[in-house]
Design a protein around this ligand. Structure first.
Ligand SMILES: NC(=O)C1=CN([C@@H]2O[C@H](COP(=O)(O)OP(=O)(O)OC[C@H]3O[C@@H](n4cnc5c(N)ncnc54)[C@H](O)[C@@H]3O)[C@@H](O)[C@H]2O)C=CC1
Ligand SMILES: O=C(O)[C@@H]1CCC=N1
Length: 264
């Protein structure tokens, strides 16, 4: 039995992605304190909803997807029901395995994971990192579970705040660019639906080139940039406005925020 504790945006994306990949709803319990949302989850996904203590008693694997700020209280609530034969996987930004371990009985294996919302479409990117009591079998279990909703890599925990800033928050950066491109088209008089179609397929195509061609993005970008042409004119404006530096600073700010959320 798997329990998902906290089924907001990320928890529900993981839930829906897992069910779409063949996990049986009877094998998943969900804890969600917003009663109206819990009823929606039961209706939409056919899963049972229970309190956190009940979920902790019944599930072998607990997937914690609450806000980092809510995590210590939740850990204290489930702690009496935890033992070394359970596996706790946390997707909370910034919360280190050391913090998780401090709130749980000695020996409970914990895995820190950082997924992203494309998990909903089976296209997630998750990095995982094991705590002091997580053996290879625990990392395998976490990886197997998260691989049902996309790709999984293992990283040293020192990289987890950077992972959070790059792939955890990353989809939002691309949506921001897509939104800007659509609005630019609309501002130039194009119907919104046309702009949305052009941008959507361009993002899909660019992503396919990036992951499928094995080429570095610079090579792909140069192939689009005809001498004296439109792309060169656009890229000059992006550089003039410092967009590269802005992106680097943004990712550093996300990394620093992740690190601050640990509360350490
Ligand atoms: N949204 C995203 O793209 C990603 C989020 N995360 C992490 O996932 C966690 C959740 O983030 P979101 O889903 O964006 O936030 P959210 O606010 O949509 O979801 C949090 C959920 O936890 C529930 N909750 C609050 N207290 C609870 C308790 N005591 N027991 C059980 N559930 C409780 C809330 O009702 C809510 O549904 C955060 O720790 C975040 O860092 C990680 C990767 C990506
Ligand atoms: O914005 C956040 O804090 C979470 C973590 C990564 C993506 N969303």
């Amino acid at each position: 039995m798997i329990a998902i504790i906290g089924a907001g945006k990320m928890g529900e994306a993981l839930l829906a992605g897992m069910l779409a990949k063949g996990h049986a709803p009877e094998d998943v319990l969900v804890t969600e304190p917003r009663e109206e949302h819990a009823a929606e989850l039961r209706r939409r996904h056919g899963v049972g909803t229970v309190g956190a203590a009940e979920a902790a008693k019944r599930a072998e694997t607990l997937l914690l997807a609450l806000k980092p700020q809510d995590m210590p209280a939740l850990l204290d609530e489930i702690s009496p029901h935890m033992s070394a034969d359970r596996l706790v996987i946390s997707v909370a930004a910034g919360i280190t395995t050391a913090v998780l371990e401090r709130h749980l009985p000695a020996g409970v294996p914990v895995v820190r994971a950082m997924p992203n919302t494309p998990a909903l479409m089976g296209q997630g990117m998750t990095a995982v990192s094991g705590g002091a009591h997580a053996g290879p079998e625990h990392l395998d279990r976490a990886e197997e579970l998260l691989a049902s909703v996309g790709e999984v890599i293992r990283v040293g925990e020192q990289h987890m705040d950077t992972v959070t800033a790059i792939s955890g928050s990353g989809p939002a950066y691309f949506y921001f660019i897509a939104e800007t491109m659509i609005e630019a088209g609309v501002a130039m008089g194009m119907p919104r639906a046309t702009a949305q179609k052009l941008v959507g397929q361009t993002v899909t195509g660019a992503a396919a080139m990036l992951t499928g061609s094995g080429e570095h993005p610079v090579v792909l970008r140069e192939a689009v940039t005809s001498p004296g042409g439109t792309t060169a004119a656009a890229l000059r404006e992006l550089e003039r406005h410092g967009v590269r530096t802005a992106f680097t600073d943004a990712i550093e700010a996300a990394r620093d925020r992740s690190s601050a959320l640990s509360g350490e």
